[in-house]
Design a protein around this ligand. Structure first.
Ligand code: NAD
Length: 510
């Protein structure tokens, strides 16, 4: 079911896309797709605006972020309305993730960017005649390309980080959630950000590809592995840095000593929140044999209590992106054909016209099934019984992804040890999916889940070049290592070499 369809071209000859709500299938409007030429002009304007913005103080940038924060807090309902209508998510979910997450990010970077990006001196271990200063210089113009699953927060968060670091920004949100992406523009229009320091680009993959090619200084991409690969190839050709936040297949390990009530609740939330459309959703569970029946019974019970639908209170929202529904259905069909049992759900919700898939629990699954190997990105919770924790770790690591995961045990030290053995960018012990919501935590994937990390000090600094400035402290007429090379100098270097690296005292002091 396509929710984004081609429409009649605009008067100016631009392609146009017609959008529908996934909750009701009602038409929501149309967007123009900006052309490569328009993208290049936008980059040129950003290039002109960038030096002025880079020269602003952290106090000026803080003011912009704080103004945005104030506006968002006071008008949150308007923002929630747009996102709910466009994504079919429950209102409370939008409030708790998109809005709270955005407020926290705005406040976090407004308050801390100055400290995180301050020039700092690094004491030198050897060459005491020099002073080393690290200065975080803005990159210039940053292109940000974002997906549809958490369309406001995932667009706003990298944007404000890049701005706080002193860059001009071009944001290309997903065409599937064009209106939620536009909210970033609406919010920043309420601040007095100078013209062209932030620009929104409307369009689809073609516009995104044009942005990568248009001469920006960095691409921050969040989306699928397939598109991430294309973006990485283009960036490699242009020799520009990129961070790639891609898909995942997060494992959940339930140990024999886990608090099963909490673990079952965590599994249901981790798999069905945002209708399973989170890069760090729980996508597969490994539970040890001795507690598997008890755990599974609790999961099924909790799943049966979940509410769905476009009206009134609900827990599990719509599938936001039409083609994703086909992937979800294909995974369930494949699992069934290979012997999986459906303990709950298992089909599109027949009660609604919109794109709702019932929260689904599968048992008797194994790694021959797509649902255990490929990202499903939907409300599906496959539970696999394993002999012991060792088998759980081995199977959890049998994947081409490496984004998140969780371990459930009453022994927190053991949980931490298991976490370290998982090949994931981040792991949570006795909870799930909180890693993106902690701005202090560097967030990113390993293997096909991506390259680089976002958020926190690491993420903010990735929007800068850490420039090395070395200052001579002594002001002598010449340096020992300068010309001329003489045999006497060679003998002295040899003596120093023996003294510094050839003696315990020398090694201790360096
Ligand atoms: P997608 O790759 O289809 O699209 C993402 C963005 O890229 C969209 O804005 C799209 O218009 C644009 N795009 C498409 N083709 C392009 C091209 N050739 N060049 C440049 N841009 C192009 O992904 P999606 O379906 O929107 O998002 C779902 C995926 O995102 C899932 O795999 C999910 O796991 C992943 N995701 C990852 C994270 C993370 O932080 N790791 C967060 C959220 C979502």
């Amino acid at each position: 079911m396509a929710l984004v369809e081609p429409s009649e071209p605009s008067a100016g000859g631009r392609r146009r896309l017609r959008l529908r709500s996934p909750a009701t299938l009602r038409e929501m409007g149309e967007i123009d797709v900006q052309t490569a030429e328009e993208v290049r002009s936008a980059v040129e304007r950003a290039r002109k605006a960038a030096p002025g913005w880079a020269a602003t103080s952290f106090a000026d940038r803080r003011q912009v972020l704080e103004r945005a924060l104030r506006h968002l807090v006071h008008h949150e309902q308007d923002f929630v309305d747009v996102i709910v209508q466009e994504t079919g998510k429950p209102r409370e979910e939008v409030l708790a993730t998109e809005i709270v997450g955005a407020c926290d990010a705005l406040q976090f970077y407004a308050k801390r960017a100055k400290r995180i990006l301050a020039d700092h001196t690094v004491p030198l271990h050897l060459m005491k005649t020099k002073r080393l200063l690290i200065s975080y210089r803005p990159l210039g113009v940053v292109g940000i390309i974002t997906p549809w699953n958490v369309p406001f927060l995932l667009s706003l968060n990298p944007t404000i980080q890049a701005l706080a670091a002193g860059n001009a920004v071009l944001l290309k949100p997903s065409e599937t959630t064009a209106c939620s992406g536009e909210l970033v523009e609406r919010l920043l229009a309420e601040t007095d950000l100078p013209q062209d320091v932030f620009q929104l680009l409307r369009g689809d993959g073609e516009t995104g590809a044009a942005l990568v090619e248009a001469g920006v200084d960095k691409i921050s991409f969040t989306g699928s592995v397939a598109t991430g690969r294309k973006v990485a190839e283009s960036c490699a050709r242009k020799l520009i840095p990129c961070t790639l936040e891609l898909g995942g297949k997060d494992p959940m390990i339930v140990c024999a000593d886990a608090d099963l009530e909490r673990a079952a609740g965590g599994a249901v939330f981790g798999a069905f929140a945002n209708s399973g459309q989170v890069c760090i959703s729980t996508e597969r569970v490994y539970v040890v044999e001795e507690v598997a029946d008890d755990f599974t019974r609790r999961v099924v019970e909790k799943t049966s209590e979940l509410r769905q639908g476009p009206e009134g209170e609900s827990d599990v929202g719509a599938i936001i992106h039409g083609p994703q529904l086909d992937v979800i259905e294909a995974h369930v069909t494949d699992a069934r054909a290979r012997g999986a049992r459906v303990l709950a759900g298992g089909q599109r919700n027949p009660d609604y016209r919109g794109l709702y898939f019932e929260p689904t629990v599968l048992a008797d699954v194994d790694h021959s099934m797509q649902v255990m190997r490929d990202e499903t990105f939907g409300p599906i919770l496959p539970i696999m019984r394993v002999r012991d924790e060792e088998e759980a770790i081995r199977l959890a690591n049998q994947t081409r992804y490496g984004l998140g995961g969780s371990v459930w045990t009453r022994d927190k030290r053991r949980g931490t040890e298991i976490a370290k053995r998982l090949g994931s960018g981040g792991v949570v012990v006795n909870d799930c999916m909180v890693t993106y919501g902690l701005p202090e935590a560097p967030f990113g994937g390993r293997r096909e889940s991506g390259i680089g990390q976002v958020n926190g000090e690491t993420g903010l600094r990735s929007y800068c070049h850490a420039q090395t400035i070395v200052i001579d402290r002594m002001g002598t007429k010449s340096e020992f290592l300068w010309f001329p090379y003489r045999a006497r100098k060679g003998r002295l270097i040899r003596r120093l070499l023996k003294l510094v690296w050839g003696t315990p005292l020398g090694r201790l002091l360096t």
